[in-house]
Design a protein around this ligand. Structure first.
Ligand code: NAD
Length: 462
């Protein structure tokens, strides 16, 4: 795998300030596939200066020109789709067809959507005797996780650039090669020097330096609630804008009128996809007591079909984290009906697709985010109890509701404390706002809501 030994700052690859490196490991065979520099506060400072210097010019660039640059970036992502998919597969371990369709495919849609939005968004509006200007916030510090390495980057960088902001990105240490490929794409699309800058490095070093940098105007973070809380605190103390996309523990509520087999099969596929490393995964399946055993049987059979085809989890650390949750599920009395601790392969960070039945709402596996291929099936007696269970965690990122009639599912969905709900298997919409209620986060990504995160208003009265 190709790896750059420098940081992408001010439109060029520059040597890192320090000599430390980070090893990139292929989770399928545990082999080192590359090394990238471990950035320091000095690298972050260089990158923020470059972003600051580029800001006035980019902010003053007419939206239609910014849109054209984003369209060029989307075209490069299309042209390099295969290379992107192979890189994600190498460092994340996801099966190649999934990397092609999702990891490389979705960022093209999102970049394309912001190319269109930049051209059509109302950056200026009339409100009575005022003209309101929507102006870019400034320099953005973007900190991203590894689970959808390119999507997470594009979901921040594309709207920030569309808004007229400039960006310093600190990607996850497990998947920096995809971030370097993105920097290459930015260069190839001929974006002005300094509008996008990349500093690879460890979270507590480079990430923290970026979040704390006094010349960063907005921090956009996606990752764990623990780190998000800390970043939110730092930003709050500095009276700085912050957007947090954090964890989830979403409910898949199957109402008695639903097509049970379809709801269970789609639900299992949703959890196992990307090896369960999806913050919006429906990891709690809520089933009415009358259909409970039927659903358990269907889910166990569906999970068993996957075997090692879902790919490994990203790292040894993540594997041991997920395994400790499986141990906890057993210890707290849940019934293991598929998978478990036994790995489907001798090498690689594989975990068997795992299903627990007889999970009660207070169990650890029903409350905490596992971020692995583990599904908990919970029983409910009536609709009131289903609402209580679905809303009974600190999270509120996503969810699903299944019913024979859409109206019934919608009525139930309106009672959920969560940022998005798929009705009867509704498809992903790259224009719909994505983000969390409660401790799942602050702010929204995607579409026009995602764009407005990077804007601030100025009102002129006449
Ligand atoms: P993480 O919070 O450990 O890391 C995320 C990013 O933050 C990485 O780039 C990391 O280097 C950086 N980081 C770590 N410590 C930092 C610090 N002290 N200061 C600044 N930056 C720091 O999370 P992870 O383990 O990489 O990702 C998994 C978590 O992310 C899960 O909890 C998952 O739910 C969450 N997630 C949420 C969403 C969402 O959109 N809501 C999407 C993907 C992942």
């Amino acid at each position: 795998m190709k790896a750059h030994h420098g940081m992408y700052i001010g439109g060029e690859w520059r040597p890192a300030a320090g000599a430390d490196t980070i090893e990139v490991v292929n989770p399928v065979d545990e082999q080192v596939i590359g090394r990238v520099p471990a950035g320091t506060a000095a690298d972050v400072d260089h990158a923020v200066r470059a972003a600051r210097a580029a800001f006035p010019g980019w902010a003053a660039t007419p939206p239609a020109e910014r849109a054209a640059k984003l369209a060029a970036l989307r075209d490069v992502l299309v042209a390099r789709k295969e290379e992107i998919a192979e890189t994600v597969t190498a460092e994340l371990g996801s099966p190649l067809p999934f990397s092609q369709a999702v990891h490389a495919g979705v960022p093209v849609l999102v970049a394309g959507s912001y190319a269109e939005l930049a051209a059509t968004y109302a950056f200026e509006e009339k409100v009575g005797n005022s003209t309101v200007y929507h102006e870019p916030v400034g320099v953005v510090g973007a900190i991203t996780p590894w689970n959808y390495p390119l999507h997470q980057i594009v979901a921040k960088v594309a709207p920030a650039l569309a808004a007229g902001c400039t960006v310093v990105l600190k990607p996850a240490e497990d998947t920096p090669l995809t971030a370097q490929l993105f920097a290459e794409a930015v260069a190839e699309a001929d974006l002005p020097a300094g509008v996008f800058n990349l500093v690879t490095g460890l979270g507590p070093v480079a990430g923290q330096a970026l979040a704390e940098h006094p010349d960063v105007d907005l921090v956009s973070f996606t990752g764990s609630t623990a780190v998000g809380r800390r970043i939110g605190g730092t930003a709050g103390a500095a009276v700085k804008r912050v957007a947090l996309e954090l964890g989830g523990k979403s409910a898949n509520v199957i109402l008695p009128s639903a097509d049970l087999a379809k709801a269970v099969n789609v639900g299992v596929a949703n959890v196992m996809s990307n090896s369960g490393q999806t913050c919006s995964a429906w990891t709690r399946m809520l089933v009415h007591t009358s259909q409970y055993e039927g659903a358990v049987g269907l889910a166990a059979a569906a999970a068993a079909k996957y075997g090692d085809r879902i790919g490994p989890v990203v790292s040894a650390k993540q594997r041991s984290r997920v395994r400790s949750y499986i141990e906890k599920g057993v210890a707290e009395g849940a019934r293991l009906v598929a998978g478990g601790l036994e790995s489907p392969r001798e090498h690689g960070y594989f975990i068997s697709p795992t299903v627990f039945a007889d999970v009660t709402p207070d169990m650890t596996i029903a409350q905490e985010e596992i971020f692995g291929p583990v599904l908990s099936i919970i029983r409910y007696e009536d609709e009131e109890e289903a609402v209580r269970i679905a809303n009974g965690t600190v999270y509120g990122l996503a969810g699903a509701v299944w019913a024979a009639e859409e109206a019934e599912a919608v009525a139930f969905a309106r009672r959920l404390d969560t940022g998005q709900v798929d009705i009867n298997g509704g498809r992903f919409n790259p224009l719909a706002p994505f983000g969390g209620y409660k401790q799942s986060g602050v702010g929204r990504e995607l579409g026009s809501h995602g764009l407005s995160e990077y804007l601030q208003t100025k009102s002129l009265q006449f």
